[in-house]
Design a protein around this ligand. Structure first.
Ligand SMILES: NC(=O)c1ccc[n+]([C@@H]2O[C@H](COP(=O)([O-])OP(=O)(O)OC[C@H]3O[C@@H](n4cnc5c(N)ncnc54)[C@H](OP(=O)(O)O)[C@@H]3O)[C@@H](O)[C@H]2O)c1
Length: 260
C-alpha cells in the first residue's frame, strides 16, 4: 500500500532506538525526509538516511530548539511524532516511592516534551495541513499497572491529543494517539532498564519477568509487541490515507485491554 508520504517531511522524537528508531525506518521507507531527535546520535539513524539532531527534550528549551533546527533542515514540516518518553525516576515502588523531583522529570519527558514540541511545530503544521501522532501507553487506561507518575503523565498526553484534535482539526491538522502495551525495546531488554529494576524488586531475573509479561498483562498474542508493529500504525496515522482519523487513541497491546 502506498501511504502517499513520499517527499513529505517528519520529525520523530526519541528516535535513536526502540519505537522511535522503528518509526524513522518506517517513514524513511515511505520516502519521507525525517529529522530524528534524541540525546545521542546512533549509527542506525544515519544508516536510515535520517537527519540526526542531538537534543535533550527533557529541558524547557530543547523542544523549540529542535523544531527550529528541523525547519532549517527540512524547509516545511508535515508530520510530528511525539515519541520520546519512558523513565521511571529510578523507582519501581508505589505512589509513596516518588518524590517531587521524580514526578517533574517523568512529566517533563512524557508530557511537557510533547506539549513544547507541538507548540513549536504547530505554525508549520498548520501551513501544511499536517499530522501529529503522540506515543502514549495502554498504562494511561490502567494507571496501577506501572509507575504512577508515568501512567498518569501518559493519561494526560492522551487527553492532550484529543484536545488538540478538536482545536486544530477544523484548521486542517489531525492529531492521533498510539497506546502500546509492552513493546520489545530497551525498556524491557536492557540490563539497566525499567524491566531489570522491576524484576530485581520482585526477586526475579529480568528474562523471567519479561517471559511472564504477556500472561501477566493478559496479552492474547502471548508475546511482546514489536517496535516495527507500532511504527506501522504511526506511519498509517501520519498518512493522508487516514484523513478521517483524528482525535483517536489506538491501543496496540496484543489484546491486553479488554474494553477498548
Ligand atoms: N517499550 C514499551 O513497552 C512501551 C510501552 C508503552 C509505551 N511506550 C512509549 O513508547 C515511547 C518509546 O519507548 P521505547 O520503549 O522505544 O523507549 P527506549 O527504547 O527507551 O527509547 C527512548 C528513546 O528516547 C530517547 N530519549 C530518552 N530521553 C531523552 C531526552 N531527555 N531527550 C531526547 N531524547 C531522549 C532515547 O535516546 P537517548 O537516550 O539517546 O536520548 C531513545 O531514542 C515512549 O514514549 C514510551 O513511554 C513504550
Amino acid at each position: 500500500m502506498d501511504l502517499q508520504l513520499s517527499g513529505r517531511t517528519a520529525v520523530v522524537t526519541g528516535a535513536s532506538r526502540g519505537i522511535g528508531l522503528a518509526t524513522v525506518a518506517a517513514l524513511t521507507g515511505e520516502g519521507m525526509r525525517v529529522v530524528a531527535a534524541a540525546r545521542t546520535v546512533t549509527p542506525e539513524i544515519e544508516e536510515l538516511g535520517a537527519i540526526a539532531i542531538p537534543v535533550d527534550l527533557g529541558t524547557a528549551d530543547g523542544p523549540a530548539r529542535l523544531v527550529e533546527a528541523a525547519l532549517a533542515e527540512l524547509g516545511e514540516l508535515d508530520v510530528l511524532v511525539n515519541n520520546v518518553g519512558g523513565g521511571d525516576g529510578g523507582a519501581t515502588g508505589g505512589f509513596l516511592s516518588f518524590d517531587d523531583e521524580q514526578w517533574e522529570e517523568i512529566y517533563g519527558l512524557n508530557l511537557f516534551a510533547a506539549v513544547r514540541t507541538t507548540r513549536a511545530a504547530l505554525p508549520g503544521l498548520l501551513r501544511r495541513g499536517g499530522a501529529v501522532v503522540n506515543v502514549s501507553s495502554n498504562g494511561a487506561r490502567i494507571p496501577h499497572a506501572g509507575p504512577v507518575p508515568y501512567t498518569t503523565a501518559k493519561a494526560a498526553l492522551t487527553a492532550f491529543g484529543k484536545a488538540l484534535a478538536e482545536e486544530f482539526g477544523p484548521r486542517g491538522v489531525r492529531v492521533n494517539t498510539v497506546s502500546p502495551g509492552p513493546v520489545r525495546t530497551a525498556m524491557w531488554e536492557s540490563p539497566d532498564g525499567y524491566g531489570a529494576r522491576l524484576a530485581a524488586s520482585l526477586g526475579l531475573a529480568r528474562e523471567q519477568l519479561v517471559a511472564g509479561l504477556p500472561a501477566t498483562m493478559g496479552m492474547i498474542t502471548g508475546r511482546l509487541v514489536e517496535p516495527a508493529e507500532v511504527a506501522a500504525l504511526v506511519a498509517y496515522l501520519a498518512s493522508p490515507l487516514a484523513a478521517s482519523t483524528t482525535g483517536a487513541d489506538h491501543i496496540i497491546d496484543g489484546g491486553a485491554i479488554k474494553t477498548a
